[in-house]
Design a protein around this ligand. Structure first.
Ligand code: FES
Length: 169
């Protein structure tokens, strides 16, 4: 099955990453960083594989993966939207923007990635553009002086782009 083939291929890649770093426990964070850079998140079966391959208890690997905010155990969407909630953005009403984006992308409860896999919505501390507050980033591109309405329009444009791929003239 395709899933099994993918998993075997992933394990081979992960084994190569572990091979480059070695199996010392101090290498766990750099290994997880490299694995996440490759797959955009840390799949559960790969965490198990890392545990076995490095001889580190699964609870330790899982604990490290969940402790650091930089790691994600959930697949990220094609568009990763980060709403800045640092002080400058917060006082300029970043939270209504965040709520509008979650609603627009159909996110409920603890979900941060939309069911269609298009959008991941997160908050982030200051992104260093306080003079442009409130800001959001989409795949690391900064959008300045946001409002809930402007954010909804941007998401509409991204949704349209997915339905009607960019025309070439
Ligand atoms: S607080 Fe949002 S960019 Fe600094």
């Amino acid at each position: 099955m395709a899933l099994l083939e993918t998993t075997h291929r992933d394990f081979a890649n992960v084994s190569k990453i572990i091979g480059r770093h070695g199996k010392g426990q101090q290498e766990l964070v750099p290994i997880l960083q490299e694995v996440q850079a490759e797959y955009r998140y840390l799949p559960e079966e790969i965490l198990s594989h890392i545990s076995t391959a490095m001889g580190i208890p699964p609870a330790t690997v899982y604990g490290v993966a969940t402790f650091y905010a930089q790691f994600s155990l959930e697949p990220k969407g094609k568009y990763v939207i980060r709403v800045c909630d640092g002080t400058a953005c917060h006082v300029r009403h970043s939270m209504p923007i965040y709520e509008a984006i979650r609603k627009k992308t159909g996110l409920r409860g603890k979900r941060i990635t939309s069911a269609d896999g298009l959008f991941t919505v997160e908050t982030v501390a200051c992104v260093g553009a306080c003079g442009l507050a409130p800001v959001i980033t989409i795949n690391d591109e900064v959008y300045a002086q946001m409002t809930p309405e402007a954010a909804e329009m941007i998401i509409d444009a991204l949704m349209n782009r997915e339905v009607n791929p960019v025309e070439t003239h």
